[in-house]
Design a protein around this ligand. Structure first.
Ligand SMILES: *[C@@H]1O[C@H](CO)[C@@H](O)[C@H](O)[C@H]1NC(C)=O
Ligand SMILES: *[C@@H]1O[C@H](CO)[C@@H](O)[C@H](O)[C@H]1NC(C)=O
Ligand SMILES: *[C@@H]1O[C@H](CO)[C@@H](O)[C@H](O)[C@H]1NC(C)=O
Ligand SMILES: *[C@@H]1O[C@H](CO)[C@@H](O)[C@H](O)[C@H]1NC(C)=O
Ligand SMILES: *[C@@H]1O[C@H](CO)[C@@H](O)[C@H](O)[C@H]1NC(C)=O
Length: 473
C-alpha cells in the first residue's frame, strides 16, 4: 500500500508538471489538433497522427468565407418559394444536384426565406470547393405523420462530403413540438446529420426545436464546428444539442447550447474530441455515453473540454455506462469549467439505466480510467456534488482532481460519493475526495491493482520521455 501511494504521488507530480507545461505552451485562443495534451502525449490515437496539422492550423483561422467570385446555385433559381408553406423539397434536391457537380459552387439558401423541406439526403462526393451557405431558415414539416416512413429517423443529411464549408448565419428549425408530445415509442427524427464525411468546417449556424437530436456527427473525421447555437426548451425530450458518434478528430468551439437533453453527447467509436468555449444550459450537461447498452461494446478515447460554463443543468460533466457492456472510456480531461446550480456537477455513473425496468448488476462493464478534473468551480444544486459510482468488478481508476471548488447555494460544503473508484487529488479540492484512496475500496481489489499497474505504466512512459518519475515528495 505504501508503495502504491509513493508511486502515485511521484506520477502526479510528473503528470501535473507536464499538463501545466502543455497549458502554458498553448499559444492561441483557437484549438488545433495535436495542440492539447489530454494526458501527457503518450495516449495513442489522440494526436491524430499529426500529419496534416499545418493545414488545419491555417484553416483554424478561417472565418465564414466570402462567396463572391464563386458560382452561386440558389435554391430560389430552382423554384423554391421560401414562404414557409410551399413544399420546397424538390428545389433543394435540384439545386444540390447542380451545386454538387459544379466546381467552386455555393449552394445558397437565401436570407429572409423560410424554406419548408422534407427529409432529404444531400449526397457527395461533390466537385471541389463547395460552400453550403445557409442564410435563410430551413423548416421541417410539423406533423410527424407527414414524414416519409422510409426515412423516419433523418431530416437533413449530408453524406460523403469532403473539404466542404457549411456556413451562413441561418437557422435549421425542426418544428419539433408535436414530436415532443408524441410517445417515446415512436421512432423520432434527428434534425441535421453529417455522415461519412471528412474535413468539414461548420460555422455560424443556429439549430432550434429539433424533433430529436439537433446536430449529429457520425462516421466522420476532421470536423470543425465553430460558433454554433442550439436552442430548444429545457423540457423537450431527447433533443441532444451536438451528438458525436463513431467519429474522430472533432473540434467544437464557441458553441452555446440550451436544450432538453445533453448539450453535447459523445458515444461509441469516438476519439480525439476537443471542445473549447462551450456554454450549456438548460440541458443534461456534457456527456460521454451512454455506452455499453444491451451488452454492447463502447469505446471513447481522448476527450478534452477546456473552458465551459454550465448553468441550471441536470448534470455537469458526466460519463454514463450500462452494466454488462465492454470497452473503455479513457484519457478525458475537463479543464476550466464553471457550473452554477447544476444537479450532479461531476458524475461517473457505471450503473446508468434509462429503462423502466431495473437493470441487474453484471460482471462486465465499460472500463473507465484516466479522467482528470482541473480548475472546476461552482455550485451544486444537490448535496452530492461529486459522484463516482463505479462497478465492483470493473472499477474506475486514475481519477484525478486538481483545484476543484464546488459549494452548495447556501455556502455549505457538499458531499462526494465513491463506489469502487480510485485516484488522487492535489491542490485545493472541495468537497474532499478522500474516498478515492480510502479503505472503502478494499472490496474492489481490482481497482487498486489497476491503479498500481497504470500508475507504473505511466511512470514508465514518463521516464521514457525523459521525465524523472522518481521525484520524492
Ligand atoms: C414534397 O416534395 C417532395 C419532392 O418532390 C415529395 O417527395 C413529397 O411527397 C412532397 N410532399 C408533400 C406533402 O407534398
Ligand atoms: C422503429 O424503427 C425500427 C428499426 O428501424 C423498426 O423495427 C420499428 O418497427 C420502428 N417502430 C415504429 C413504431 O415505427
Ligand atoms: C471564439 O470566440 C472568441 C470570443 O468571441 C473569439 O475571439 C474567437 O476568435 C472565436 N473562435 C472561433 C474559432 O470562432
Ligand atoms: C436553480 O435551478 C432551478 C431549476 O432547476 C430554479 O428553479 C432555481 O431558481 C435555480 N436557482 C438559482 C439560484 O439560480
Ligand atoms: C449494483 O451494485 C451497486 C454497487 O455495489 C449497488 O449499489 C446496487 O444496489 C446494485 N444494484 C442492483 C440492482 O443490484
Amino acid at each position: 500500500m505504501e508503495k502504491i501511494l509513493h508511486i502515485s504521488i511521484a506520477v502526479f507530480a510528473v503528470l501535473g508538471a507536464s499538463l501545466i507545461v502543455g497549458h502554458n505552451a498553448m499559444p492561441s485562443e483557437n484549438l488545433m489538433p495535436g495542440e492539447v495534451d489530454v494526458w501527457g502525449s503518450e495516449e495513442e490515437g489522440f494526436d491524430g497522427g499529426g500529419g496534416d496539422d499545418g493545414e488545419w492550423c491555417e484553416h483554424s483561422m478561417w472565418r465564414s468565407q466570402g462567396i463572391s467570385g464563386r458560382v452561386p446555385v440558389s435554391v430560389d433559381s430552382f423554384g423554391a418559394v421560401g414562404d414557409g408553406v410551399t413544399n420546397d423539397t424538390q428545389a433543394f434536391i435540384d439545386a444540390w444536384g447542380k451545386a454538387c457537380s459544379t466546381k467552386n459552387a455555393v449552394f445558397l439558401v437565401p436570407e429572409g426565406g423560410r424554406y419548408l423541406v422534407k427529409a432529404v439526403k444531400f449526397n457527395g462526393p461533390c466537385a471541389d470547393n463547395l460552400i453550403i451557405q445557409i442564410s435563410g431558415t430551413i423548416i421541417a414539416p410539423a406533423e410527424p405523420k407527414d414524414w416519409d416512413p422510409k426515412l423516419p429517423r433523418l431530416w437533413l443529411t449530408f453524406s460523403k462530403l469532403k473539404g466542404v464549408k457549411i456556413q451562413g448565419g441561418g437557422i435549421i428549425d425542426g418544428s419539433g413540438s408535436k414530436w415532443w408530445a408524441s410517445s417515446c415509442k415512436v421512432n423520432k427524427t434527428n434534425a441535421l446529420t453529417i455522415d461519412k464525411s471528412s474535413a468539414l468546417w461548420i460555422q455560424d449556424l443556429t439549430f432550434q426545436n429539433a424533433q430529436q437530436m439537433h446536430f449529429t456527427i457520425s462516421h466522420s473525421d476532421s470536423i470543425r464546428v465553430y460558433d454554433v447555437q442550439v436552442t430548444s426548451p429545457g423540457n423537450s425530450p431527447n433533443t441532444d444539442g451536438i451528438h458525436i458518434t463513431a467519429s474522430t478528430d472533432i473540434v467544437l468551439q464557441n458553441c452555446t447550447i440550451g436544450t432538453g437533453d445533453d448539450c453535447v453527447s459523445i458515444v461509441s467509436g469516438s476519439s480525439n474530441i476537443k471542445m473549447k468555449n462551450i456554454v450549456c444550459g438548460p440541458g443534461h450537461g456534457i456527456s460521454i455515453g451512454s455506452l455499453g447498452q444491451g451488452n454492447s461494446m463502447g469505446t471513447v478515447i481522448g476527450v478534452v473540454l477546456d473552458t465551459a460554463t454550465l448553468t441550471g443543468t441536470t448534470n455537469g460533466l458526466r460519463i454514463k455506462t450500462w452494466q454488462g457492456g465492454s470497452g473503455v472510456v479513457r484519457s478525458v480531461r475537463y479543464d476550466n469549467v464553471k457550473m452554477y446550480n447544476v444537479s450532479n456537477p461531476i458524475i461517473i455513473d457505471q450503473f446508468y439505466c434509462d429503462s423502466p425496468k431495473t437493470c441487474q448488476n453484471q460482471t462486465s462493464a465499460v472500463k473507465i480510467s484516466q479522467v482528470m478534473y482541473r480548475n472546476i468551480v461552482g455550485t451544486s444544486k444537490t448535496p452530492q456534488a461529486i459522484k463516482f459510482a463505479c462497478s465492483n468488478t470493473v472499477p474506475c481508476s486514475n481519477i484525478i482532481l486538481n483545484n476543484v471548488n464546488l459549494q452548495l447555494e447556501n455556502g455549505n460544503t457538499p458531499d462526494t460519493f465513491c463506489n469502487c473508484a480510485t485516484g488522487s487529488d492535489y491542490g485545493f479540492v472541495q468537497p474532499s475526495v478522500d474516498c478515492l484512496h480510502s479503505e472503502s475500496n478494499s472490496r474492489c481489489q481490482a481497482a487498486q491493482n489497476d491503479d498500481e499497474k497504470e500508475t507504473e505504466d505511466l511512470a514508465k512512459q514518463e521516464e521514457e520521455r525523459g521525465y524523472s518519475a522518481h521525484t520524492e515528495l
